[in-house]
Design a protein around this ligand. Structure first.
Ligand code: NAD
Length: 449
């Protein structure tokens, strides 16, 4: 970011002349158009709002917003039918002020650099909010893992890791699972990196199988964290879990664990969905039977003990707790007025657009748990896994979960204190805490040289 020409007043000469608030919010730093994407614009809009509130000087804002590094690589893979296919992979490291960067790796057909950059930025605020010694990062490969065989997926993962070796390391950048990736993918990454180094390096990734250095409780961490925070939100608004209902969009790792954890707290799960559609049962879905169905059919669709519904219908189904646990930008200006819940728990990253946020801000009956807090359980236990790997000293699951809840509790309390003190939304409060901490770290470290 440092190479841009600066005017005499410290302002950027190349920056579009945009003193008005609206136009400055939309400005993209010259040369950084590569990041332009709806999700990137959304993350920038959120950042600009908070930067304005925190009065972060203009000259610090671009440095905080734009990624430190981004890599895009071509990944040639031998397919099982004897051909070669080339996939595109990205890794974005947002900032390095607080330690190595940390963030998931996503396999999804619509992965794009700007989306990955937005997710990396959110990871930065999330890690800072939880007090973790990391900057944010994210990776992604544009592919549909459901259409690849296990051997193709392994070749793709190993080649992506190989291409990223100059940019990653246990003290540089540590990956973890995200949408479309899992423990097995992390195991292949760890093996590829370890073969390159000549010795085992478990701390290069988190979210790997427990048998090769993973942490107990990591797979469940994000979903468990979501349920913990839903409980705290329920206490705050006086919602009893007896007869409470929940709808969950995205019945993957996070969504399914969140469902099970909420059910354990007495919540009735009435609707769940995946990329193919959803299933609804007003009496509550039997999660054991549903999980057996998903294990066999790889989708919730066709579950016999319920009626089918679309993802759009699920979001508008009346319930107490709505958990979007799939993709970004699911709740927009078009449907924000029609969602009917008491708690909106953002298990996914960026499921609510800023336009929808403005509508929800008027709907005081809805308590929003913002993504940077709601799904932070994943990176918190990833941090525990990294620490355990570095020390080769492993903790019990109870210890992991106890420490996880302590950190979430502290972040929730700090967020609520700011909400009350400044009379702002939960999202603004959570983002403000994260962004402020990164800004302070940057100020303390200064600018080299
Ligand atoms: P996953 O791949 O295990 O599950 C994703 C689920 O979403 C699947 O059921 C998939 O079918 C469904 N889905 C995909 N596209 C959809 C669409 N267009 N409409 C509805 N459903 C769709 O992924 P995950 O790890 O559970 O991640 C889910 C979300 O949680 C993502 O936004 C991810 O960034 C976020 N997250 C995950 C973690 C983690 O630890 N895995 C941590 C923090 C945040």
């Amino acid at each position: 970011m440092g190479s841009a020409a600066r005017g005499p007043a410290g302002k950027d000469r190349n920056r579009p002349a945009a003193p008005s608030r609206g136009s400055r919010f939309r400005a993209i730093f010259p040369g950084m158009e590569i990041y332009d994407h709806p999700t990137w614009r959304m993350a920038c809009q959120q950042f600009d709002l908070v930067a304005e509130r925190l009065d972060i000087p203009d000259c610090d804002r671009d440095r905080m917003k734009y990624p430190k590094r981004s890599m895009t690589v071509a990944i040639p893979v031998h397919t099982d039918d004897g051909c070669t296919r080339v996939f595109t992979g990205h890794r974005v490291q947002h900032h390095l002020a607080l330690g190595p960067t940390k963030g998931g790796l996503r396999y999804h057909p619509e992965v794009a650099l700007g989306e990955v950059a937005a997710l990396a930025m959110w990871m930065s605020w999330k890690c800072a909010l939880a007090g973790l010694p990391y900057g944010g990062a994210k990776g992604g490969v544009a592919c549909d893992p459901r259409t690849l065989s296990a051997t193709e997926l392994e070749r793709l993962t190993r080649r992506y890791t190989q291409e990223m070796i100059p940019f990653i390391g246990p003290q540089v950048d540590i990956m973890a699972p995200d949408m479309g990736t899992n423990e097995q993918v992390m195991a292949w990454m760890m093996d590829t990196y370890s073969v390159h180094m000549g010795y085992s390096v478990p701390s290069i990734v988190t979210g790997k199988p427990v048998r090769i250095g993973g942490s107990l409780g990591r797979r469940e961490a994000t979903g468990r964290g979501v349920a913990y925070l839903v409980n705290r939100a329920s206490d705050t608004i006086g919602l009893s879990h007896e007869n409470a209902t929940a709808c969950i969009q995205g019945y993957g790792n996070v969504g399914s664990v969140a469902a099970l954890s909420l059910a354990r707290h007495g919540v009735k799960i009435i609707a769940v969905s995946d990329v193919s559609g959803g299933v609804f049962n007003a009496r509550g879905l039997d999660l054991w039977k549903l999980n057996a169905h998903v294990a066999e059919k790889k989708t919730v669709l066709g579950f016999p003990e319920g009626d089918s519904l679309t993802n759009e219908q699920l979001l508008e189904t009346p319930c107490d707790i709505l958990v979007p646990a799939a993709l970004e930008r699911q709740i927009t200006a078009a449907n924000a007025g029609r969602i009917r819940c008491r708690i909106l728990a953002e298990a996914a990253n960026g499921p609510v657009t800023p336009e929808a946020d403005a509508i929800l801000a008027e709907r005081l009956e809805i308590f929003l748990i913002p993504d940077v807090l709601c799904n932070a359980g994943g990176v918190i236990v990833s941090y525990f896994e990294w620490v355990q790997d570095l020390q080769s000293f492993f903790w019990s699951e109870a210890e992991v979960t106890d420490k996880l809840f302590r950190i979430l509790e502290q972040a929730f309390v700090q967020m609520m204190a700011l909400v009350k003190k400044q009379k702002i939304s939960t999202r603004l409060a959570a983002l403000s805490l994260g962004i402020q901490r990164v800004h302070e770290a940057r100020k303390l470290r200064g600018l080299f040289p």
